[in-house]
Design a protein around this ligand. Structure first.
Ligand SMILES: CC(C)(COP(=O)(O)OP(=O)(O)OC[C@H]1O[C@@H](n2cnc3c(N)ncnc32)[C@H](O)[C@@H]1OP(=O)(O)O)[C@@H](O)C(=O)NCCC(=O)NCCS
Length: 394
């Protein structure tokens, strides 16, 4: 078996192989016309048995907001599938190892189909999210909910561009990733394939440098029967968030509003006179992260105050990452000093955006404590205000 990049002429066959691994039929001509833009040259790697393609993997470069607010280069891994009859024979491992070794970005992420797949490849759960259902008929906003600005339906012809522009302006949370020009097209295509018609509501505030009104939030939604599904909601201010909620609650012929994959700390319950109109139906893992160049990844984020700690990182898939790292608020470097805390690449990834505390991972056995005073120090260093969240489905 060999692994190498798939030429442009082979991309559609590679996509069909991937779709087959998810038990989907080959792509139609119409769908390929919509989706081929998301297959950029050089991004697709295949595993071959002789000339025959038996597995595919795609990675796309972008960036991710890290604690402290900087944007670090990121490789997004997706469309990873092994053809029927070739699974569980080491093909996926070989392909993932080759793809990660060729990745120039210091961090990689994935949104997995199943939770049991990616831990062995050094990915750890870095953000989580929750699904909500709002009883729209009983939902009454409190008198304290902020107001201001204006919310209206976007013209469908402008909505993709508006969403892209507003999303980029609003993304500030650790875990938020940059999107590609084809992202909205892909999303609309998926909704249309499911027989859904999506609309975009846009909130406009008054906060441009010249005082002119600028869009500062949007919600993309579709209605099926009497259920309104919110596919995306991104906003920049409490006023834009509240304005979008007012709009959604005002949509006629709707009994319930469903939101999937929202930030864990989004205070939806506090909007309503009766907080029980908001039900949490699931809390799920969201973005899985992996350090590809551990030193560069550790240097990319900011840290809280406190004594530095020495982390011993273990990374069998990318052995160059294994080693000891001194991590402190003013310096991050490799060191020969003994490790105070030992952990896998996957556990480091889980700590990285602040989605879980070192203390909690130590309780679960995912961090080994050699020096007990290093644990509270690591807690202070890795602490972040607010929950990290991705909010982009890839
Ligand atoms: C997931 C997938 C790409 C893995 O490729 P693969 O060639 O089967 O994986 P490997 O043979 O290299 O397996 C490596 C290990 O992972 C395990 N593994 C593979 N798929 C797994 C799964 N879905 N859940 C749990 N473990 C899994 C294997 O059992 C093996 O374990 P071992 O080392 O203890 O024996 C492949 O099974 C597949 O195409 N699945 C369907 C499509 C899919 O879910 N893609 C992921 C999209 S995010």
């Amino acid at each position: 078996m060999t692994t190498h990049q798939v030429e442009r002429a082979g991309l559609r066959a590679a996509f069909d192989l991937f779709r087959g691994s998810l038990h989907q039929p080959p792509v139609s001509d119409r769908d390929w016309a919509q989706l081929s833009a998301s297959f950029e040259p050089g991004a697709v790697r295949g595993a071959f048995d002789g000339d025959r393609l038996i597995a595919m993997h795609q990675s796309m470069p972008t960036d991710i907001v890290v604690p402290g607010g900087e944007r670090a280069p990121l490789s997004v891994q997706f469309r990873f599938g092994v053809g029927a009859g070739h699974t569980r024979r080491g093909v996926g491992t070989a392909l993932m190892a080759a793809a990660l070794q060729a990745t120039p970005e210091p961090l990689a992420m994935v949104r997995p189909s199943e939770g049991g797949i990616y831990g062995r490849f050094g990915f750890g759960v870095a953000t989580r999210c929750r699904d909500l259902v709002i009883d729209r008929r009983r939902a009454v906003l409190t008198a304290d909910v902020p107001s201001g600005g204006d919310t209206r339906l976007a013209d469908p012809a402008d909505s993709a561009g508006l969403c892209r522009e507003v999303y980029d302006r609003t993304r500030a949370r650790p875990g938020a990733i940059g999107r590609w020009p084809w992202y909205e097209q892909l999303l609309n295509h998926e909704l249309a394939s499911a027989g859904l018609f999506s609309r975009v509501a846009v909130h406009t505030g008054a906060e441009g440098p010249d005082g002119a009104a600028v869009p500062d939030g949007f919600a993309r939604y579709s209605v099926r029967g009497t259920t309104l599904d919110v596919d995306e909601l991104h906003c920049r201010t409490p006023e834009s968030w509240a304005g979008l909620w007012r709009f959604l609650l005002g949509v006629e012929l709707v009994d319930e509003i469903r939101l999937r994959g929202r930030p864990l700390d989004e205070p939806v319950e506090w909007l309503f006179t009766d907080p029980r109109v908001c039900r949490v139906t699931a809390v799920r893992d969201e973005l899985w992260l992996r350090p590809v160049d551990t030193l560069a990844a550790l240097r990319a984020r900011a840290y809280g105050d406190g004594d530095p700690v020495v982390l011993g990182v273990h990374d069998p898939l990318l052995p160059a990452n294994s080693g000891h790292y001194l991590v402190g608020p003013t310096e991050v470097r490799r060191t020969r000093r003994s490790a105070q805390l030992a952990l896998s690449a996957a556990s480091l990834a889980s700590l990285y955006l602040g989605g879980v505390r070192p203390l909690a991972l130590a309780v679960a056995g995912a961090v080994t404590v050699h020096d007990p005073k290093a644990l509270p120090a690591a807690d202070r260093l890795f602490h972040t205000d607010g929950e990290p969240w991705c909010g982009t489905a890839v």
